[in-house]
Design a binder for this molecule. Structure first.
Ligand code: GLU
Length: 577
């Protein structure tokens, strides 16, 4: 029986879950789920578990809201965790602590960290350092002037006894006496990487607020939580030497050494132009719009003119989410979706997002029926096949067009009307409840009419927007009026006038009967269907595009159709007179 595969996702709750974090979580999840399936299949596998741990040791930057947001985002994506904070989603409780390895918030684990700090101090492997920020800055300056990289190492004359005394009353950090032997990391994606002494220094393991640093907490928790596979972004690669250094020194209290887990560092996600995909891209989009609008005074409460001016000048500056969204709304600019919550609000389906992000660094290596690389798959498929032997090493480009195409394909070709209606209703309840209220009992009908035209749950509103506005809000598109009402002999307007009385006679007023009535009318007039369809569309929607006529009229209902046709005839007869 082989060992279980235990993976973990360890977000710092300092903001929303970024799409890159979601991809890391997905890979961790898939690795564990694959092992879990193999374990339960009787093939001798040891099973799999996926742990979620909240790394909130940076007290100033962590927040409860961000923690909850991350759990919500993961649950929305369908990335469920076995061990971790408990969370109710879709009638299921995610997380819990059946193995007794929690708590899963690092801020609640200080006693555990302290035991290991004591161990390292007692064994002379960690030491207190009392340097002030000014002293540290001076050391950095000296290193700079001597053209060497600053690395902190234990002072030659270090009096451990005196230091223990001073620790009682003076602010201090704890530093690791880092071993000097080369450290070799076997990375499942990048291969073997050797770190040598010039990369090492005696890094801080406990901050002066008593909290562990990320490096220390991550090593303790991965060990105590039984993590066998660490999967994370490549930005952590250099940290791994610190972690392996710590693992080589730490022992359990019964003397067992710490294990070195297997590591896999996944490449960055980049924009199509190669730049790193980050929250800054939102600032970039808003800044460009603010410059176009030549903003000088801040239109946003809570954002001063000065702060606005600074932000407009400094390409690297970032605004908080609140003011940034308010500014974007004011400037009517769409900010690019970067965080998971943005994709949800933009109307993407979670399964599609997971499918798409899985391809950022992995592919199944299988051809589809047409001989092309298979790209569309669900979570189950991923959970059965995911492994790092097919993972890429270079940055993956985030192709928004492709994501949109995946989403459109799913809505238009994979979902049926009922499934789409259920998803769209839930989405509208949360993001655009007025649409549901306005549609009332016409909702199912609207969902059927829009599904073949919708690419996202948000843009599904557009094809049926004509049914959400009052009759007098219709704006007639000039081109549509010219082509649909004015041109031809007889003109569209003339045909519309002849057709108008029939609206009262169609029984029942349903898509099929409406379609047949329009067809019969066209035949009776000896014109093509388009000749009457075009003026009807202009009358009912102001434009030349709408769902099929039966659905368009059926969705509006007889009275509104009569009203809008009469208004169109009235207005356009007058203007052409
Ligand atoms: N808290 C770290 C982060 O959010 C976790 C890194 C790791 O997976 O070790 O980047």
């Amino acid at each position: 029986m082989s060992q279980p595969v235990i993976t973990r996702f360890a977000p710092s709750p300092t903001g929303h879950l970024h799409i890159g974090g979601a991809r890391t979580a997905l890979f961790c999840w898939a690795l564990a789920r694959r092992a879990e399936r193999e374990g339960s299949g009787g093939s001798g596998g040891g099973g799999g578990r996926f742990v979620l741990r909240i790394e909130d040791t940076d007290q100033a930057r962590s927040s409860e809201d961000a923690s909850r947001g991350i759990l919500e985002d993961l649950a929305w994506l369908g990335i469920d965790w076995d061990d971790g904070p408990e969370f109710e989603a879709n009638g299921k409780t995610l997380g819990g602590d059946p193995r007794g390895v929690g708590p899963f918030r690092q801020a609640l684990r200080l006693d555990t960290y302290n035991r290991f700090f004591d161990q390292l101090l007692d064994r002379g492997l960690a030491y207190a350092a009392f340097d002030t920020p000014e002293e540290l800055a001076a050391m950095r300056e000296t290193a700079k002037s001597e053209k060497r990289t600053f690395r902190y190492t234990k002072p030659e004359k270090y009096d451990a006894g005196a230091a223990r005394e001073r620790m009682q009353s003076e602010p201090h950090v704890l530093r690791l006496a880092m071993p000097t032997d080369p450290i070799v990391v076997h990375d499942e994606i990048l291969g073997e990487i050797t770190f040598t002494q010039e990369h090492f220094d005696d890094f801080v393991i406990r901050k002066n607020d008593g909290f562990p640093t990320y490096h220390f907490a991550v090593v303790i928790d991965d060990e105590l939580m039984g993590v066998t596979h660490v999967v994370r972004g490549q930005e952590h690669l250099n940290n791994t030497s610190k972690h392996v250094g710590l693992q080589s020194l730490l022992k359990h209290h019964d003397g067992r050494p710490f294990r070195v887990p297997s590591y896999a560092h996944v490449p960055l996600i980049s924009n199509p132009d190669g730049s790193k995909m980050s929250k800054r891209d939102k600032d970039k989009a808003a800044r460009a719009a603010a410059k176009d609008a030549r903003l000088t005074a801040s239109p946003i409460a809570g954002l001063s003119d000065d702060a606005l001016a600074k932000w407009m000048k400094d390409k690297k500056a970032q605004l908080d989410t609140g003011p940034l969204s308010a500014l974007a709304e004011h400037l009517a600019v769409d900010l690019p979706a970067i965080e998971v919550a943005d994709f949800e609000a933009a109307g993407y389906l979670p399964g599609v997002v997971c499918n798409f992000i899985a391809l950022l660094g992995w592919n199944p290596g299988v051809k589809d029926a047409e001989g092309k690389d298979l790209e569309r798959f669900d979570m189950e498929y991923l959970a059965e096949r995911f492994a790092f032997d097919r993972a890429g090493t270079s940055a993956s480009k985030f192709d928004r067009e492709k994501l949109l195409a995946f989403n459109a394909d799913t809505i238009q070709h994979e979902l049926d009307d009922d499934a789409f209606a259920a998803l769209w209703r839930t989405w509208l309840e949360r993001f655009e409840p007025w649409v549901l209220e306005t549609l009332g009992d016409r909702f199912e009908r609207a969902a059927r009419a829009t599904r073949p035209r919708a690419r996202t749950l948000r843009d599904a509103i557009e094809p049926i927007r004509f049914a959400l506005i009052d009759d007098d809000q219709i704006v007639y598109d000039d081109k549509a009026v010219q082509k649909g009402l004015k041109k031809g002999e007889p003109s569209g307007l003339a045909l519309l006038e002849r057709f108008a009385p029939q609206l009262s006679a169609i029984e029942p007023f349903e898509p099929e009967t409406i379609e047949s009535a329009v067809k019969a009318f066209a035949e009776s007039q000896e014109v093509g269907l388009g000749k009457i369809a075009a003026p009807l569309r202009v009358a009912l929607t102001g434009t030349s595009v709408s769902p099929p006529l039966g659905e368009t009229l059926g969705l509006l209902g007889r009275e509104i159709c009569i009203e809008r046709v009469a208004r169109t005839i009235g207005e356009h007869t007058q203007t052409s007179a």
